[in-house]
Design a protein around this ligand. Structure first.
Ligand SMILES: Nc1ncnc2c1ncn2[C@@H]1O[C@H](COP(=O)(O)OP(=O)(O)OP(=O)(O)O)[C@@H](O)[C@H]1O
Ligand SMILES: [Mg+2]
Length: 487
């Protein structure tokens, strides 16, 4: 495994190392809904199944990446295996001496602008620290805190050029795989830097930049970025379902009991070979028998996830509902600080979710939903009211633990949408908007200023000067982003 460049997705773990949860499942300790004492022999797949052509395309792109950044776009439905394929290629390249840096666009709001590049640059900087002058220019992405000086437009251009220059220096000796995962959720600055890097003609060392996205969630910003990237002739991989034989291998790898042909065929039909859907269906199969998997389980991946969730004790389900508000990566300190549930209940919930493969522990003290679809299903099933209350509790916990995390505080206070928290929502949205502006994320800034105005009105405040500042913020951000259509 490449040091300092751990893959971000717990969903990857089955393909690589083992974890507490992986080990437990491999040893057959899965609890299920019907009979909590029943042991079900489910293990996670340990290798990438199929995808030989796609793997070869990425390896060839890596070989071609010499002296100029090579770009590969990997797209497909949720759970189709974009991250898993990229992780597999990461391991193959690591065996050839490549290093890897991974930047993942967060599922829910609350991360600073350009966050995936911050993640990647931090990994690169750990092995090739930038010189003092470069570090100064890279500060908006690399430093924990940064105070802007001078003209913003010039600073942005300098930052992007500095990233190109730094990348060339940092990759001169060692080939690097850079992964920008889930750009369907990328912010404006993340995409701007991606386009700058990909279209810059300056030489780099050996760098392959893999960009993954859900093809059915491409918004306007990403569509523009993809059009710009098209000019550099990227390699394109559009993942579709696995072939029936690969589905059979995946199911048989995950369920140790023998499975007949009809059941496999039914799973192929139902899931169209989507690996995540296949694996979730395999769980039901293991827990409830083939009959349930192919006849009683409602159609649709989210319904299969719901079935999986109802296998947990009620208290554990409640804790997961609270956790899903935090996003896919769960800050355990925040979860524990939320109050309302005692520590033992939270820990019991976490353990049962780990055992049943709904959560993974990417590292000690870290928790993550196995897949974005698990987190999204939980979140979407919450009523608006409950969601808002949970965001308020989350905001209070974050305020106590990480009071300077204004992006997260703005996100949760705005989502809590109540009069009681409206003044705080205004306060943090204003701070987060200013922060987004200095990180050149003007659309995000405009959105935050607007959120601040809504919260300001909800709070019943009447301070005219304060309102004018918020309105001026919207105007300024829109002018900077060059997008007046939103105004
Ligand atoms: N070819 C494969 N062989 C074995 N397991 C796979 C394969 N492809 C995907 N998986 C498994 O299926 C699950 C979903 O895959 P993955 O997370 O890579 O999907 P994704 O396309 O990145 O989804 P998202 O759009 O949510 O990011 C993971 O548990 C992964 O390990
Ligand atoms: Mg993924």
């Amino acid at each position: 495994m490449v040091s300092g460049a751990l893959p971000p997705s717990g969903a990857l773990l089955p393909l690589g190392g083992s974890t507490a949860s992986g080990d437990l499942m491999a040893s057959g300790g899965l609890m299920t809904s019907g009979d909590p004492t029943q042991e079900v022999p489910v293990s996670r797949a340990t290798t990438l199944i199929g995808r030989a052509d796609e793997t070869a395309t990425l390896l060839t792109a890596a070989q071609r990446a010499d002296g100029r950044l090579a770009v590969a776009l990997v797209s497909g439905d949720p759970g189709e295996g974009k991250t898993a394929l990229t992780e597999h290629v990461r391991e193959l390249l690591a065996a050839q001496g490549w290093r890897a840096a991974w930047g993942r666009c967060p599922e829910s709001g609350g991360a600073p602008a350009g966050w995936p590049w911050t993640q990647m640059l931090r990994t690169l900087a750990a092995s090739s620290p930038p010189d003092e002058e470069t570090a100064r220019v890279l500060a908006p992405l690399l430093a924990d805190s940064y105070v802007p000086v001078g003209d913003q437009a010039a600073a942005k251009l300098m930052l992007h050029q500095a990233v190109v220059g730094y990348l060339a220096a940092a990759t001169a000796e060692t080939p690097w795989l850079l992964v920008l995962d889930d750009v369907h959720r990328a912010d404006e600055e993340t995409l701007a830097l991606l386009c700058h890097l990909a279209t810059d003609r300056d030489a780099t060392g050996r760098v392959l930049l893999v960009v993954t996205y859900r093809h059915n969630e491409v918004g306007d910003l990403l569509a523009d970025a993809l059009a710009r990237l098209a000019r550099v002739g990227p390699d394109r991989i559009e993942l579709t379902g696995l072939a029936p034989e690969a589905v059979a291998d995946l199911v048989r790898g995950a369920v140790s009991a023998p499975i007949d042909e009809d059941t496999v065929r039914a799973i192929v039909d139902r899931t169209a070979g989507n690996p995540f859907y296949v694996l979730e269906t395999a769980r039901v199969l293991a827990a409830e028998g083939a009959h349930a998997a192919v006849s009683e389980v409602p159609v649709g991946v989210r319904d299969v996830i719901r079935r999986h969730l109802t296998g947990l004790p009620t208290a554990a389900q409640e804790v997961l509902k609270q956790a899903c508000v935090l996003g896919r990566d769960i800050d355990v300190d925040v979860l524990l600080a939320q109050g309302g549930t005692d520590e033992d209940t939270v820990l019991d919930a976490v353990e049962s979710a780990l055992l049943t493969g709904l959560l993974v522990e990417p590292d000690a003290g870290q928790l993550r939903f196995t897949h974005a679809l698990v987190r999204d299903t939980l979140y979407e099933d919450l009523s608006q009211l409950r969601r808002a209350r949970m965001h308020a509790r989350t905001a209070e916990a974050i305020e106590a633990i990480r009071p300077r995390d204004v992006s997260a505080l703005a996100h949760h206070y705005l989502a809590s949408a109540s009069r009681a928290t409206a003044a705080k929502a205004t306060h943090y949205a204003r701070l987060a908007a200013l922060d987004a502006e200095i990180h050149f994320a003007y659309r995000e800034a405009a959105q935050l200023w607007r959120g601040a105005i809504v919260a300001f009105e909800r709070s019943g405040a009447t301070d005219d000067a304060a309102r004018k500042e918020l309105e001026a913020g919207v105007e300024r951000s829109l002018a900077q982003s060059g997008d007046h259509s939103q105004g």
